[in-house]
Each structure stands twice: as C-alpha cells, then as structure tokens.
Design a binder for this molecule. Structure first.
Ligand code: PEP
Length: 259
C-alpha cells in the first residue's frame, strides 16, 4: 500500500564537500527539530554528491535523524569495468532511499538518452532504491505549446518495461528546464496541468490505482515563498529543490510550507 506522503527533496548538485555536508545536515536537522517537524507527515530527503554519502549516513545513524537521503545519479550497470561510475548496489549499501534519474543536467551535460535513463530506472529498482525520474521540457518546446506531449514522451520512455507495482512506488519529478536555476517558476496551474497529465498517462499505461499512488513532484526555482501554492495543487505531492536546498533556514522553511 502506498500513500502519497508529501516529499520535499533537496538536490545539492555539485555543491558541498563532505565537511560542509555534515554541517548542513546538522543545521538542517536542528532547524527542523526547532519547528517540531513531523517526518511522517512530510518526508524530507537530501541528495548530496556521491563523496558525501558516507558522512551523511554516519551522521544520520549516529544522531538517529529522520532525514532520508539519496544520490544524484547511478550507473545502469551493477558492477564491472565502468571507470568513474557508481552502482546502485553501492548506493543501497550506503543506506540511500532514493536516486535521481534523468535530471535535466544529466540529459543536457552528459547527453543521457531516454533509453539510458530507462536502464537506470531499472538498475535503481534492482537495488531497492526508489527512482525519482525527472522529466520536463525546454523553453522552445514550452513556447511551441508542445510541453505536455514532450514530457509524457519522456515519461513513457522512462517507465518502459516496468511492472505496475514498481511504478506505484516511484516518484516523478516534473522540472521544466526553463525554470531550473533561472528564478523563473512555472505557475501552480502549469505544475497542476502537468501533474494531472502525468497521472493520466500512468493510468493509461498501467491502471488508475497505480496512477493514484505514484508521487509527482514539481521542481524549478522553488523557494519558501512559492512552495505553498505548488503544494496546494491536487496532483503535486512535493517539490524537488536545487539552489534553495543549500541554505538550512530556507530549506527548512520550504519543508514547513503549510505555515
Ligand atoms: C533542480 O536542480 O532539480 C532544481 C529544481 O533546481 P533549482 O531549484 O535551483 O531551480
């Protein structure tokens, strides 16, 4: 049984070395404790660089923190001669709950294709990591009004070959590329339009029960002052936050969006 517990996820990108990571997780957990944050009501996840994961795991275990964490990418392979790559097996053993797959910066900077991203989704599931499959259109596609068909094409490709049960447990992040790191936020109605389209596409590909279990996040210049409107949208179950997740106060204020 899956419920759509809201998820607030912080993607640190290539920021914060392992010393800074420990300090940020400590400050964040103190601030959330000050706010009496209930992690059963709103789950909070951080996505540090690979080299920070061991330190973050150690801190979270030692201090019994309720924060969860994940990686920003993984290999489609489980082990072997793949210099520089990181396997889902390693991430699972480091206690990761989630892994981002197909972030727009992986697609654009590393040329990741839909086929590769689909292979990474399968790899994550083999190691009991929950993939957060990132989809979303660029500015040209939005201006040509093809954003829904473009994003759903990425979605279908990313979910190819999966069982309904796996899809029910995973997370889709809708991140319009033109809103990432630009200060441009899609309107709450734009986020809802895509959230609904994603859920409908999942219902068509699988079934309505699956579609009502999958969590859909919005990402793109989310801050404490615009998160609440996003969270009020029926088909939006959380947010993926880049820049604003690097500041513990700002991120903690995003987490308490209902205030
Ligand atoms: C992201 O990287 O997933 C993102 C949404 O970044 P930002 O919040 O900085 O736009």
């Amino acid at each position: 049984v899956y419920d759509r517990t809201p998820l607030i996820a912080g993607n640190w990108k290539m920021h914060m070395d392992h010393f800074q990571a420990v300090s940020l997780v400590q400050k964040l957990s103190w601030t959330l404790a000050d706010h009496d944050h209930n992690f059963d009501e709103v789950q909070v996840a951080v996505f540090p660089p690979f080299t920070d994961l061991r330190s973050v795991q150690t801190l979270i275990m030692a201090d019994k923190l309720e924060l969860v964490y994940g990686a920003q990418d993984l290999s489609q392979h489980d082990a072997g001669a793949y210099t520089g790559d990181i396997s889902g097996d390693f991430l699972g053993k480091l206690g990761c709950s989630y892994v981002l797959v197909g972030h727009s910066e992986r697609r654009s900077v590393h040329g990741e294709t839909d086929d590769l991203i689909n292979a990474k989704v399968h790899a994550a599931l083999r190691h009991e990591l929950t993939p957060i499959l990132c989809v979303g259109e660029g500015l040209d596609t939005r201006q040509a009004n093809h954003h829904v068909s473009f994003t759903l094409e990425q979605l279908r490709a990313g979910l190819s070959g999966l069982e309904a049960e796996a899809v029910a447990s995973l997370v889709i992040a809708y991140e319009p590329v033109w809103a990432i790191g630009t200060g441009e936020v899609a309107g709450p109605a734009d986020a809802q339009e895509m959230g609904e389209a994603i859920r409908q596409a999942i219902a068509e590909l699988f079934d309505t029960e699956t579609a009502s279990s999958t969590r859909v996040l919005y990402g793109g210049s989310v801050k404490a002052d615009n998160v609440a409107a996003m969270m009020r949208q029926r088909d939006i179950d959380g947010v993926l936050v880049g820049g604003a997740s690097l500041d513990d106060e700002e991120f903690a204020n995003i987490v308490r969006f209902e205030h």
